[in-house]
Write a protein that binds this ligand. Structure first.
Ligand code: FDA
Length: 378
């Protein structure tokens, strides 16, 4: 073996694929029973509808190198992501745009009129002096839109009142003064035609790649564990950086999600893939309805059933799946300490969202892995 890769998410698999293509023998281990990390999906058994197991994954990028690379393993559908939100029983388009504003204020404002209205309402606070997330939100889009679409949703995401959250959590709140409600601004977007798992399996399908699942790097009863391999073989580590150092500089904090899946005996539950719930009286943040991600599969989907998934957000404990870095000042200090420790680990390369304590979209994880391969490992 020339390289051991811990973690079979997009970061680890991109390194594995590049290394294998250049003739190296690679072993990839993952503690889960499947490859693909958080992008893993599987067909719900009763309906055959593809469900993204760790939350909805939409591929989008403006990076031509990444786009060219991913197209070696899968084609993409022409899916364009759009999100709606339910506020007090009325559905509005997101991100906040001219349609949202005119529906909310029961008006027919032109772009210039809407811009002037938001500017006037935002005058209540100064962005630079905002003492907390609430003041910043109001300073960016004005109180009425903030209270309707941001306040309670943010409180549910963080299980914390926005007046108690630091202003820096949001840098901007996009408002579009057109009726364009495309969610992403990227050059390319779409969903893998045959699903995420087919894409992921094609990346790992090479005689030079061996994959060992249900194999934890810290389990000393399995042969490819930390003690047995570090210093013996180059390692790319994409698990949590604090766990690697046995939490020597403290635990980095994360938010996690709980998913509640249901198969319903109806053709269509909400008419769209993602419906957010903006208000505090609904405990979940959003509902996904997976069949709408693939309208081109309509002929294969049952006409009398659908799969929905409610999403709830909370702080993670050590036993939970870490999803979004919380990034408190203590976390940032801890991360600096871990970066120093990581720099001292000979021939261990830390990458991916867990290994660098960073939220990374798929295209970012793949792009970062391609850079690590080209600049450090090749
Ligand atoms: P990833 O977490 O995928 O893989 C790490 C792997 O390491 C895991 O499989 C884990 O089991 C393994 N591992 C950890 N510790 C180990 C150990 N001790 N031993 C062995 N294996 C170990 N992106 C996007 O572009 N569009 C989107 O819509 C979304 N949506 C989205 C929703 C949610 C809820 C989340 C949390 C994330 C997204 N993402 C996303 C981001 C996407 O999931 C992310 O870019 C990739 O997962 C990053 O891949 P990594 O390989 O870095 O981590």
């Amino acid at each position: 073996m020339d390289l051991l890769i811990v973690g079979s998410g997009f970061f680890g698999l991109t390194i594995a694929e590049r290394a294998a293509a250049s003739g190296r023998k690679v072993t990839v281990i993952d503690r889960r029973h499947h490859i693909g990390g958080n992008a893993y999906s599987e067909n719900e058994p009763q309906t055959g509808i593809e469900v993204h197991r760790y939350g909805a994954h939409l591929f989008h990028t403006s990076n031509s190198t990444v786009w060219e690379y991913v197209n070696r393993f899968t084609t993409f559908t022409d899916y364009v992501h759009r999100v709606y939100t339910n506020h007090r029983g009325v559905v509005f388009p997101l991100p906040i745009n001219l349609g949202t504003i005119n529906q909310f204020f029961q008006s027919a404002h032109s772009p210039a009129e809407a811009r002037a209205l938001v500017l006037e309402q935002a005058g209540e606070f100064d962005v630079k002096q905002a003492a907390n997330l609430e003041e910043k939100g109001i300073a960016l889009i004005g109180r009425p839109l903030y209270e309707a679409f941001i306040r309670d949703y943010t409180a549910k995401q963080w299980q914390t009142d926005p007046t108690e959250l630091p202003a820096e959590i949001i840098s901007r709140l996009p408002v579009r003064y057109t009726y364009d409600n495309r969610y992403f601004n990227d050059t390319w977007e779409g969903l893998p035609t045959d699903g995420y798992t087919a894409w992921i399996e094609r990346m790992a399908d090479h005689p030079n790649i061996e994959v060992r699942l249900s194999t934890d790097f810290f389990d000393e009863s399995q042969p490819l564990n930390q003690k047995a391999t570090v210093g013996q073989v180059p390692v790319v580590y994409t698990g949590p950086v604090d766990r690697y150092f046995d939490f020597a500089a403290g635990e980095l904090s994360w938010r996690t999600l709980d998913f509640e899946e249901e198969v319903l005996d109806i053709a269509d539950f909400q008419g769209t893939p993602v419906m957010n719930y903006a208000d505090a009286d609904v405990p979940y943040t959003r509902i996904h309805e997976f069949k709408h991600f693939h309208p081109e599969r309509a002929g294969r989907h049952p006409s009398d059933k659908t799969v929905i998934m409610r999403e709830y957000s909370r702080f993670a404990t050590r036993e939970d799946e870490p999803y979004y870095p919380v990034n408190t000042p203590e976390d940032r200090a801890g991360l600096l300490a871990y970066r120093e420790l990581a720099a001292g680990e000979k021939d261990v390369h830390f990458g991916g969202r867990l290994g660098t304590y960073q939220y990374l979209d798929m295209h970012m994880a793949i792009g970062a892995a391609l850079s690590m391969w080209n600049n450090q490992l090749a």
